[in-house]
Write a protein that binds this ligand. Structure first.
Ligand SMILES: [Zn+2]
Length: 387
């Protein structure tokens, strides 16, 4: 027996086939017919209805017999059970999910429960949900409930740049924050792992972060710049790959736990997933600084603030729509984020709801100690220093 056993791990690393590029749908749609003949097509918003209609018509032209189904809410049990009945009664043999993260999660989970393959067509770069073998389940009102690990990644992902360009810029900024979290969460949960695959996933998260810091602002300013494709694919594809290679131990920590807590409040339901996760990164860094005693975390937080601000991402409770939130509501966020089994407990130090409340309120503060100020004066706005 070797002295250093690695516990057995199972990974769903990636979709079986990835088609990406300017006209990826045109190039890849014929593959849908090799996977299923009668897919249920899942979508939601009015903003994507024309795009989804075109996709539906293309599938019919390929002599498939798609069934169209609309979600009424985020990925929630009420919708899932309704669509499950429709898919069974129509004898659907696959799922095509076209939309943002919650639509993609609903499509994957529906396919998982039906035991049929899933094809994802992301219509924004707001999350890596089109890639992963995970789905978040929410209440019909949008409060996070739990996540479910699926048997596999989607069979096929078609990431069509032309489709994704039509999404509002805000979705890309949100995707950047969500993908940035990969580094901040993986490095704290798995940075000292002795498992080579996890070490490599953490380094990939660091490279991903660097690319987003360098290219993110350009991508948001100009969709025609090559930086746009790099950033959109980093958010929607690479972020999923990091989670796939790193596995469960390399995934979410406090930033996503804070997101899950924030979704409990009606006041920030209009905020996108990554917008809440981005604030969650600031909260996590504050926790690492104050409770964990990591000086560098404080520096990293103060350096991340101007980047998030430049991307118009929330950096305080007011930006999150919680200016009028009561103390009781903020306590509810913290209780939920600190509930038993929450990913926040993957931090290498204990966090109570009271400790989290302090960090939640102060995450956007610029203040620093005088010694840090003198050390950091030269570096403060240098994004390359965010480590
Ligand atoms: Zn996320």
């Amino acid at each position: 027996m070797p002295q250093f056993n690695i516990l057995n791990s199972s990974h769903c690393i990636a979709p079986a086939t990835v088609i990406r590029g300017e006209h990826a749908w045109q190039e890849g749609m014929h593959l849908v017919g090799s996977i299923c003949r009668k897919p249920i097509m899942v979508g939601r918003s009015n903003a994507t209805s024309l795009l989804r209609k075109n996709i539906f018509n293309d599938l019919e032209r390929l002599e498939l017999r798609p069934i169209s189904a609309e979600l009424d809410h985020d990925c929630c049990e009420v919708d899932l059970q309704r669509l499950h009945s429709i898919a069974l009664s129509k004898r659907c043999d696959g799922v095509v999910a076209a939309g943002g993260g919650k639509v993609l999660d609903a499509g994957k989970l529906l396919a998982h429960r039906l035991g049929v393959p899933c094809i994802t067509v992301p219509l924004s770069a707001s999350t890596c949900a089109g890639w992963t073998a995970l789905a978040n389940v929410y209440s019909p009102e949008g409060a996070f409930h739990h996540d479910e690990v699926l048997n596999s990644c989607p069979e096929l992902i078609i990431f069509d740049h032309g489709f994704v360009r039509q999404a509002p810029a805000r979705t890309l900024a949100s995707g950047i924050a969500d993908a940035l979290a990969k580094w901040y969460e993986a490095s704290i949960s798995s940075g000292s792992s002795s498992d080579g695959l996890i070490q490599q996933a953490v380094q990939m998260a660091r490279v991903l972060r660097d690319q987003l810091l360098i290219d993110g602002p350009t991508a948001l300013r100009n969709q025609d710049d090559p930086a746009w494709a790099r950033v959109a694919e980093a958010c929607a594809l690479t972020a999923g790959l990091v989670g796939g290679i790193g596995g469960a131990r390399c995934r979410t920590v406090a930033a996503h736990a804070v997101h899950n807590g924030l979704t409990q409040l009606q006041g920030c339901h209009q905020m996108l997933h990554g917008e809440k996760v981005g604030y969650g990164i600031l909260v996590q860094l504050r926790l690492e600084e104050i409770i964990g005693g990591h000086q560098l975390a404080g520096q990293a937080r103060r350096q991340l603030l101007p980047f998030l601000k430049e991307l118009d991402l929330p950096i305080n409770l007011e930006d999150l729509g919680l200016a009028k939130a009561s103390l009781a509501e903020l306590q509810e966020v913290c209780r939920f984020a600190c509930r038993e089994g929450s990913d926040i407990h993957h931090l290498p130090f204990p966090v109570s709801a009271g400790g989290l409340l302090e960090a939640l309120v102060a995450a956007g503060d610029i203040g620093s100690t005088s010694s840090e100020r003198s050390q950091n004066r030269q570096k403060h706005n240098d994004l390359s220093e965010i480590i």
